[in-house]
Ligand binder design. Structure first.
Ligand code: SF4
Length: 394
């Protein structure tokens, strides 16, 4: 799931070792505060615990139109008391009081309509910086949220079998495969890992491995020396610090050599069912084309896009976007004429618009070709997908 060339070819670059050795990490999200009331939309974030009041406050910000509420007032520690007995003039500036009322209302009345990121939050997945919805184009935040969610729904229909495109049987294999996927394709990783996991099935085995032997196995993945150091290093860390188990928390995962936020989210989302957004090269390109955000920093993209969707959708959203980037919305030649979300895309026309010509640009199962996994899920095969060939096969 690492960064890879959009057309399926391996990338090269001076930064490869750097990328393999140490992915970037971001600091935990800041907690929601009452000051955020002015923002049109805000996703409640809380790295540890997520008090219900803050979630409710965030939900209220998204749903309760300002006109329907009295002038705002500050959310006091005791909201009920403040509402019943404390006159507005004595408590706080007007806007703050509205915030308190919104929070109180949101706790009691579940808003109808769209599911909000805050209320849909599940699990204790990774902290992400909270951020307001700020459409880079001329549309309103509400319109952007609706359009973004509609794109995701459409993509869910186009790729109902979307899944992580790395072969794995357990969290350890997914973790190693994800680290290996930096600067190459998932296909190449999938063709390489069978030999690796046959020889070193557990963290203890890889931790004690002869680096030269591992290098020979990993050679097809490119940057095999750096990747060997990473997978042996992370295996040692798993053995020494986590009892040989892959931890299920972001803060633990990112302590492993070669594991950053993106890799951690892949593991959390696909091996532990904890939602996370995977901002790879496809994801970055597509969300900018769709004007979901104009951020360029992966962590800021993650936060901006996260604000548009319920947390429970983050993992599948990542699959949908990445799959679309690999199959239709390519970096250099997007197949706009064969794109099912063209009516929702501000960048329509950036690629080939002639339907027949665009069709020829489609890749993997959309173009009638094999996928990236040697062992894809049954749903993929049922939909006409083909398994990838093993290493060395035609
Ligand atoms: S219309 Fe073109 S640019 Fe927009 S998502 Fe589709 S392929 Fe990509």
């Amino acid at each position: 799931m690492g960064e890879r060339a959009p057309d399926g070819s391996s990338k090269t670059g001076k930064s490869a070792k750097k990328a393999v050795g140490a992915e970037g990490e971001t600091s935990p999200a800041k907690k929601a505060t009452g000051k955020a009331a002015k923002k049109v939309t805000k996703r409640a974030e809380n790295p540890a615990g997520k008090p219900a009041e803050k979630k409710a406050a965030s939900a209220a910000k998204e749903t309760a139109p300002a006109k329907r509420t009295a002038p705002a007032k500050k959310a006091a520690p005791s909201k009920t008391a403040a509402k019943k007995s404390t006159p507005a003039k004595k408590t706080a500036p007007a806007r703050r009081t509205t915030s308190a009322r919104k929070a109180a209302v949101a706790k009691k009345v579940k808003p109808a309509g769209v599911v909000l990121p805050a209320e849909a939050a599940v699990g204790k997945a990774a902290p992400v910086k909270k951020i307001a919805v700020r459409p880079p184009g001329g549309e309103s935040p509400t319109a952007l949220v609706r359009r973004a969610r509609r794109i995701n729904r459409e993509l869910a229909e186009v790729y109902p079998y979307a899944h992580p495109e790395l072969d794995f049987e357990n969290p350890f294999q997914l973790l190693v495969a994800t680290v290996l996927s930096a600067q190459t394709t998932d296909l190449r990783v999938n063709q390489t890992t069978p030999a690796l996991f046959a020889r070193y099935p557990a963290p203890e085995d890889l931790a004690a491995a002869n680096p030269e032997e591992v290098e020979q196995i990993l050679r097809p993945c490119g940057f095999f020396r750096a990747k060997t150091r990473s997978v042996i290093g992370l295996s040692k860390s798993l053995v020494e610090n986590f009892g040989g188990e892959v931890p299920g928390r972001l803060e633990d995962l990112v302590t492993l050599p070669g594991v950053g936020r993106k890799t951690a989210f892949v593991v959390l989302g696909n091996a532990y069912g904890r939602p996370g957004i995977t901002v790879d090269t496809h994801f970055q390109r597509l969300v900018r084309r769709w004007q979901w955000t104009d951020e360029t920093d992966p962590d800021k993209i993650e936060a901006a896009v996260g604000a548009l969707f319920p947390k429970s959708e983050w993992t599948d959203l990542s699959h949908h976007v990445i799959w679309h980037g690999r199959r239709i919305c390519h970096a250099r030649k997007p197949a706009c004429g064969a794109c099912p979300i063209a009516p929702l895309c501000p960048a329509y026309g950036e690629g080939e618009t002639d339907p027949e010509k665009a069709k020829k640009l489609l890749k993997y199962e959309k173009g009638g070709f094999p996928g990236q996994r040697l062992n894809p899920p049954q749903a993929y095969l049922d939909a006409g997908g083909k398994p990838a060939p093993p290493l060395g096969a035609a």
